[in-house]
Write a protein that binds this ligand. Structure first.
Ligand code: GUN
Length: 291
């Protein structure tokens, strides 16, 4: 069994990005600029956004954090998005999800200029990804593809099972795995899937992205399978300073002995998700996806 060290790979990529930013600035260019919009004070969102800002600092990006209270009006948020869309100093920006119930997320996502949509959530980016055109890719699937590449994990003709069909992980993951050149044979499983356990047990590559801690057990995993654990549920813990710890969708101790490769939680997919946002922001600054 080989552990897929997302933390290490992410550090390597961050170093590559940092060097590139130094070069850009040395040549008289400006540092890439990521803006993050945060609505309310959800604990998870607060810490995700704080990490994103810290990551920017680490690689030499400029970052801006724009905060609104829970009761912000949709119009006010849309006005800020319009401002960011038209601010030539901002290369890319994100609106942290989830948003309060009174704000329709899809309307917000569609208001973002797709050329600055470094989350890859805008329908233009999703559509371009589906038909294989250059696009900003959703951070978690992008990070997982990068891990498969950097660990030289074969995907061609492999049976891939993705558990979960979310817009930002499961669905795009299934598209990327079946893309030409990756060539996986993909099944998307979800809450209505029948015989899920036996379906998973046939997978060469199993992606657990349902957000249910400890869902994947040893009987659901084939001997020699590659297991990617996307779960990051916060559970209370007395052993950490923050008072919680992250728990994956896979029961690591019983599943890992059966695997050829497996990602741990924490230190697997999470750091790669974070670094993917930096990669997208750099691509935006360099105008590599859109001119
Ligand atoms: N909420 C959970 N993950 C994400 C993400 O990748 N981007 C944004 N904007 N919100 C999220």
């Amino acid at each position: 069994m080989q552990l897929i060290d997302g933390k290490k790979v992410a550090s390597e990529i961050k170093l590559e990005i940092k060097k590139e930013v130094e070069q850009i600035v040395k040549n008289g260019g400006k540092a890439p600029h990521l803006a993050a919009v945060l609505v309310g004070h959800d604990g998870g969102s607060e810490s995700y956004v704080a990490y994103k800002i810290k990551d920017c600092e680490e690689v030499g990006f400029k970052s801006s954090l724009i905060r609104f209270e829970d009761d912000v009006a949709e119009e006010e948020l849309l006005a800020k998005i319009d401002e960011l869309n038209n601010d030539p100093d901002v290369d890319g920006f994100i609106v942290q999800l989830p948003l309060p119930g009174h704000i329709p997320e899809n309307r917000i996502i569609e208001a973002i200029d797709h050329k600055k949509d470094v989350d890859g959530f805008h329908p233009v980016n999703v559509g371009r990804m589906v038909i294989g055109l250059p696009a900003f890719l959703s951070a978690t699937p992008y990070g997982i593809m990068e891990l498969l590449k950097r660990y030289s994990i074969p995907t061609s003709g492999k049976k891939c099972v993705v558990i979960g069909r979310s817009q930002i992980v499961g669905r795009p993951m299934s598209v990327l795995l079946s893309q030409k050149g990756v060539d996986g044979t993909v099944t998307v499983a979800h809450s209505r899937t029948k015989n899920l356990e036996s379906l998973c047990a046939e997978a060469d590559i199993l992606i657990a992205a349902l957000g249910s801690p400890g869902f994947v057990k040893a009987n659901m995993v084939k001997e020699g399978a590659v297991v990617i654990d996307v779960g990051t549920t916060r559970v209370p813990s007395t052993e950490t300073k923050s008072g919680f710890r992250l728990k994956g969708d896979v029961v690591f101790d019983e599943v890992s002995p059966k695997c050829s490769f497996i990602t741990p939680v924490p230190g697997g997919v999470g750091p790669m998700t974070r670094v993917s946002l930096l990669q997208n922001t750099l691509l935006a600054a360099k105008k590599e996806i859109y001119s």
